[in-house]
Each structure stands twice: as C-alpha cells, then as structure tokens.
Design a protein around this ligand. Structure first.
Ligand SMILES: [Zn+2]
Length: 223
C-alpha cells in the first residue's frame, strides 16, 4: 500500500500494488501531486495494469503515467478528458490545507489539474483480471459513484473495495452518489465471503468488520 502523506486526509487515498506471477496490478493512483510511476517497482518487461476503481480525483491523479489502464466502463468516457464534474478536482483547488508540504516551492492547489488517461480496457461486472497465479473478479459496486468497482479474489477472500466500503467515512452525498444503489451494494457485500477488504481509504478491514459497516449503513439508510 502506498499513499500521499502530505495530502489533506480528505483526499488522501490508498494505492495498492499487487504483485502477480505474470503481471502486476495497481489499484488506484492517488491525486498525482507527485509522480507515482517512479515509486512502483516492477521487474523489467513485466506488464503493469493500472486499474481505477472509479473516476474521482483521489483515485485517478496519476493514472496517465501508466501505459496500460483499466477502469469501469460506466465511467469510461470521463477518463478521456477528466472533467471536473466527474473527478471533482475543483474541490481540491484552494482547499484549505490542501497539502502539508509543497511538492515544489511554486506549487498552488489552485493549479491542480488531472491529465486525461483514456482507458485501454473497460471493465464490467464479472470480468476477470488474471495475474497468472491469482485472479480478481470485477464487482460492480455502485452507490458512492455510478461506476464504482471492486476487485475480488474469491479463492482467498481478498477484496479491493475502492470507495464502496472501507474503514473510514463513507461518502454518499456527492452529486453522482446514489443511496438506493449504495444500499443494494451493501446487501451484496454482506453476502460475499470476504476475509479482508483493502479500501480506497483508511486501514484494511476484516470480513466481520466489513459486514458490520455494511449493516450499519443499511440501518441508517434503509427504511
Ligand atoms: Zn470516490
């Protein structure tokens, strides 16, 4: 797990590097305040697939640095231009305390832009990402955003859950959020044999904690 320690915690997301036998996987790419690619070490010639769980700013900032990109088909058109209305990059401009250390002396959050990163591979529910020795099934987990996906290794119960579920504050009040869809996602997550969930924010959670969080969400949002 990598992260951007000097970014305000509201926008500080987890970046996951999963080493496979044949290819490596990168799940989400942070804000892109500093170059991410030099921090990701892969053996020469080994392909790296960078997957964005959704198009929000704190998950796609450095996506353009990687040549082989995948993301949810439902949000795919946004990756071609990274418009503010999909990424919410505008929220970060002039955000008080955007960063606690400047990447360079003349850096200003007001100049923050996300470079376009068109997707080579469009992911749908049920697609499989095969790393050679392990594989991940794409789960469509809408609610936080319409296209949000998770990547689930059913054989060992590992879920990369993006912002659909994690141990931090779950955001369901963005313009593209949908609480009805989010409730359905929570019901689905409760039924999955998840052993550990590595989310887009906060510390990883075990399956028991994940189901508690989902049940708590449903109690608060289901009538
Ligand atoms: Zn998000």
């Amino acid at each position: 797990m990598l992260t951007e320690p000097f970014v305000t915690d509201y926008c500080r997301a987890n970046i996951w590097h999963v080493r496979g036998n044949d290819i490596d996987l990168l799940v989400d790419t942070g804000m892109g305040i500093c170059p991410l690619a030099p921090e990701i070490e892969t053996p020469q010639g080994k392909p790296l697939l960078a997957v964005a769980t959704h198009v929000h700013l704190d998950h796609v900032g450095s996506l353009h640095e990687f040549a082989w990109r995948a993301g949810p088909r439902i949000e795919a058109s946004f990756f071609e231009t990274m418009p503010d209305e999909a990424t919410y990059a505008n929220m970060f401009r002039n955000f008080p305390g955007a960063v606690s250390e400047l990447p360079c002396p003349d850096w200003h959050s007001a100049d923050y832009m996300i470079a376009p990163a068109p997707l080579q591979r469009l992911l749908d529910e049920g697609d499989v990402i095969d790393l050679g020795d392990r594989s991940f099934t794409v789960l469509h987990l809408p609610g936080h955003s319409p296209g949000s996906i998770g990547l689930f290794d059913e054989l060992n119960g590992t879920l990369f859950s993006g912002d659909a579920i994690h141990g931090g504050f779950l955001v369901d009040d963005m313009p593209d959020s949908n609480r009805t869809a989010y409730c359905a996602t929570m019901r689905r997550l409760i039924g999955l044999p998840v052993r550990i969930a590595h989310g887009g924010h906060a510390d990883s959670i075990d399956g028991t904690r994940m189901r508690e969080i989902a049940e708590d969400y449903l109690r608060r949002n289901e009538e």
